[in-house]
Every structure is written in structure tokens, then in C-alpha cells.
Design a protein around this ligand. Structure first.
Ligand SMILES: *Cc1c(COP(=O)(O)O)cnc(C)c1O
Length: 435
């Protein structure tokens, strides 16, 4: 399947180029040239299929021209080593738990698939890769764990010193092996600038095969569509569900829209946001006004200019009316989010993280205003232990930290400290190459 840029549908590139370049030069985002519908046979037999089986079918439908079946199977199997169970929360409400991966958040799905795919490309081309990524916390740890141990690939992660949470820092700095964490004496913006300048540096590019693990890489989007099919396959009943997606950059929602375009019967998507309400405002008014983000307790969704908005417009040919037929959107403040965490715990005995709680609020509001009686699913995007303090405060009860997180907390942090200078990064990369 070739991929086009949302800014130029006439110039298609291969999967290899779309994945390794991540961003088209024209500033758009890559999209598959076609989104084929899956067979009636597939949907008839969906119930009881495993996440891996679904992943193999969906990936081969999208990528069969680029990868042979054997490669697709090995990439999907290497990537999807954790489950995404659908858990009944109350009568008609389910949580799709996407936090069973190594860093306890749904970004593990995208990172693991992209890593397995890049490892395949390295093996095929014989060209080793260096992945450079700037992170303000969560994306970097998912990338680190996704690429850990992948042969022929070194990962260099830049994070702002003392500006990520202690837990995030542990997840970033304890991998070792092919993962190097650079602690930058500066801000996240400095980290991003340094990465950008490395990509533009001719000498570095001549010496190293540099690539980004950017969150808008198409290889991170594709696997996120798998679990929408898997959610439906786990439902006890056959009526199409409504699905609420707690959203920030809107990658997760875009993946759901792609699943729907492939034939999955979803009654409606709910895009639930915190007070960063650029998207709900767009649905209401038709005006898109990106703006600086505001801080909230669901901080992975603190996005004022959602980068996948352009993909959603592209999927619907810029039709505001068509987008409104498939998606409704609501925003909620921190007080409502805390209240939802409390309610889920006391009434349903379910511990939700602040992001999942925003998703739950979206479902509730849709049910109240629209009166839908369809089965309702919210995506639980992070493990509540990742936001221990907030959840403990809201519920008055403490949370057990899962084993895989505890193991990481016990390990020694290993970083290289660098000043926030482009030259410091360049020197580091060149010396690492020699050493
Ligand atoms: C990144 C993230 C989100 C937002 O997902 P998008 O695809 O950016 O909309 C929601 N919840 C958690 C826990 C996240 O890490």
C-alpha cells in the first residue's frame, strides 16, 4: 500500500519511506492511499479471535503490497505480546484496558509495532538505524521499551532534566542495552530543537542513518486500529457499541475511525477531552482554533493543537457535517474527572486513571443527552498506578503498583548529562558512533 501526504494526494511513497521518514517534506501527515473493507467472513468470525489474529488480518489488508505474509505475522507477533481485555464495569459499560504493556499505557502498542517493523527494515536493508527522540515523558518510555533489544537499532532519548516525573524518569533511564537516555540541562523545547538540528545536519546524516520515532509515524497508528476490532470481538452482545476515546493528539481516535472505515460497525465515537477543548469546539462551531495547551491532571491529553486533526479532516474530505455524523465530542475539567474516578470506584469497584475517567465521562454525557442504549466502551489508556497520587486522593484508597513497574523503580538510573546545545548532541552522536 502506498501512502500519500495529507497535503498532496498525488505523490505517493512506499511504506519503507513513510515509516523511516515519518513526516512528508510538505508538512502534512502520511495516510494509506486506500483503506480497504475487510471481508464479511472476517466479521462473521470476529468473536473469539485473538488480538494477534486480528492484527495479522488487518495488517495484511493494509500492508500486503509492502510486506509478505510471513513478515507481517512475525512483526505482529513480535509487537503484540500483551493483551487488551474488555472489562465489564457496570450494566452496559465496559473498559477496554490498553495498559497491559511494558510502560502501562496504550502508547506501548504503537511503539512496539513500529519497533518490530523497523527491525525488519534494518534486517532487509543491512543498514543500521539510530532513532532520535525528544520526550516530555511518556512517549519516550514507550519508545525505549518498544525498541529495547531490537538488533541493528540504537535509540537516543533526550529528556529535560528535572522536568519529568520521577516515575517517568525511571522508565526512561533504566533500560540500558541499545537505549541511551540523555538528560538535557534545558526544557522540552530545547530537546526538540536539538533533535531537529541533528536531522538537518549534513555530516551527521552522512555518518549515521538517523530516523525519528515521532508519535505521528504511520507505523504507530496502524496497530492502534487492531484493538477496536478486538473490543467488538469481546462484547457479549451483537449490537454495535459506542466507543469513547480520551483524546489529546487524536491518534487513538484516528485509528478507530480507520477501523470503522475498514467495515467495523461502531454506532458512534465520542472524543472526550479535558479542558483542552480545541476539537469539541470545532465540532460545535466548524472553526478550528489551535492554541497553547493548559495543564490538567490528565496530562497526556494536554494538547491545544492536536497533530492528527489533519488526518481526520483527510478521512472525511474536510466535511464538517460528515465528521459530526460519526463523532460527538465533550470536554471535562479536573473536578469532574476526580468525581468520575471516585464514582467508578465507589459505585463500580473499578479503579480508573484520570485519562480513562475522562473517557467514562464522555460516555455518561452521551448516554444522558442522546439516550443511546447501545453497549458503551471507554478506552482505559493508562494504568491507575501511573497516576497514583491523583487516584489515591480521589478514592481515598491506595493502589498496588504492578510488578513490571516496581522492577523498573528498583533499577539504577543511567544517563549522560548534556548541556542544551546542538553541538553537544552532535559530538555525542559522533563519538558514540566511533565507540
Ligand atoms: C497519549 C495519551 C492519550 C492521548 O492519546 P492521543 O492519541 O494523543 O489522543 C490518552 N491517555 C494516555 C494515558 C496517553 O498516554
Amino acid at each position: 500500500m502506498p501512502f500519500y501526504s495529507t497535503r498532496n494526494r498525488n505523490k505517493a511513497v512506499s511504506l519503507y519511506e513513510a515509516v523511516l521518514k515519518a513526516l512528508p517534506a510538505d508538512g502534512g501527515l502520511y495516510m494509506p492511499c486506500q483503506i480497504p473493507t475487510l471481508s464479511a467472513e472476517f466479521f462473521k468470525n470476529l468473536k473469539g479471535k485473538t488480538l494477534q489474529e486480528i492484527g495479522i488480518t488487518v495488517a495484511s489488508t493494509l500492508l500486503a503490497e509492502d510486506l509478505n505474509q510471513e513478515v507481517i505475522e512475525s512483526v505482529v507477533k513480535a509487537a503484540l505480546k500483551f493483551d487488551a481485555p474488555l472489562v465489564k464495569v457496570s450494566d452496559n459499560i465496559y473498559a477496554l484496558e490498553l495498559f497491559h504493556g511494558p510502560t502501562l499505557a496504550f502508547k506501548d502498542f504503537g511503539a512496539a509495532f513500529m519497533a518490530a517493523l523497523m527491525e525488519h527494515f534494518v534486517r532487509e536493508s543491512g543498514k543500521e538505524l539510530t532513532i532520535l527522540v525528544a520526550t516530555s515523558g511518556d512517549t519516550g518510555s514507550a519508545v525505549a521499551h518498544g525498541f529495547l533489544g531490537r538488533s541493528g537499532i540504537s535509540v537516543v532519548i533526550l529528556y529535560p532534566s528535572e522536568r519529568v516525573s520521577p516515575l517517568q524518569e525511571k522508565q526512561l533511564t533504566t533500560c540500558g542495552a541499545n537505549i541511551t537516555a540523555l538528560e538535557i540541562e534545558g526544557s522540552f523545547d530545547d530537546c526538540q530543537r536539538m533533535v531537529k538540528s541533528a536531522f538537518l545536519d549534513a555530516e551527521l546524516n552522512a555518518r549515521l542513518n538517523l530516523t525519528s520515532a515521532n508519535s505521528i509515524n504511520i507505523a504507530r497508528l496502524i496497530p492502534q486500529s487492531f484493538y477496536y476490532f478486538y473490543a467488538v470481538s469481546q462484547l457479549e452482545e451483537s449490537r454495535p457499541p459506542v466507543i469513547s476515546v480520551p483524546s489529546g493528539n487524536f491518534g487513538n481516535l484516528t485509528a478507530g475511525l480507520i477501523a470503522k472505515r475498514m467495515g467495523l460497525n461502531i454506532e458512534r465515537f465520542i472524543a472526550a477531552t479535558n479542558i483542552n477543548d480545541t476539537f469539541p469546539e470545532y465540532l460545535n462551531t466548524g472553526n478550528y482554533r489551535p492554541r497553547p495547551s493548559k495543564e490538567t491532571i490528565s496530562n497526556a491529553m494536554d494538547v491545544g493543537a492536536p497533530s492528527n486533526f489533519e488526518r481526520i479532516l483527510d478521512l472525511y474530505n474536510n466535511s464538517h457535517g460528515d465528521i459530526k455524523e460519526d463523532i460527538v465530542s465533550f470536554s471535562f475539567d479536573d473536578q469532574a474527572t476526580r468525581q468520575a474516578i471516585r464514582e467508578l470506584y465507589s459505585a463500580c469497584d473499578y479503579l480508573a486513571d484520570p485519562h480513562g475517567a475522562v473517557g467514562y465521562l464522555g460516555l455518561k454525557k452521551f448516554q444522558e443527552t442522546g439516550g443511546s442504549h447501545s453497549p458503551a466502551i471507554f478506552l482505559e489508556t493508562a494504568h491507575p498506578a501511573k497516576f497514583k497520587e491523583t487516584v489515591a486522593e480521589a478514592t481515598g484508597s491506595s493502589i498496588a503498583v504492578p510488578e513490571r513497574l516496581r522492577r523498573c523503580l528498583d533499577k539504577q538510573k543511567i544517563t549522560e548529562k548534556l548541556p542544551a546545545s546542538d553541538k553537544a548532541l552532535k559530538d555525542f552522536l559522533l563519538s558514540a558512533k566511533q565507540g
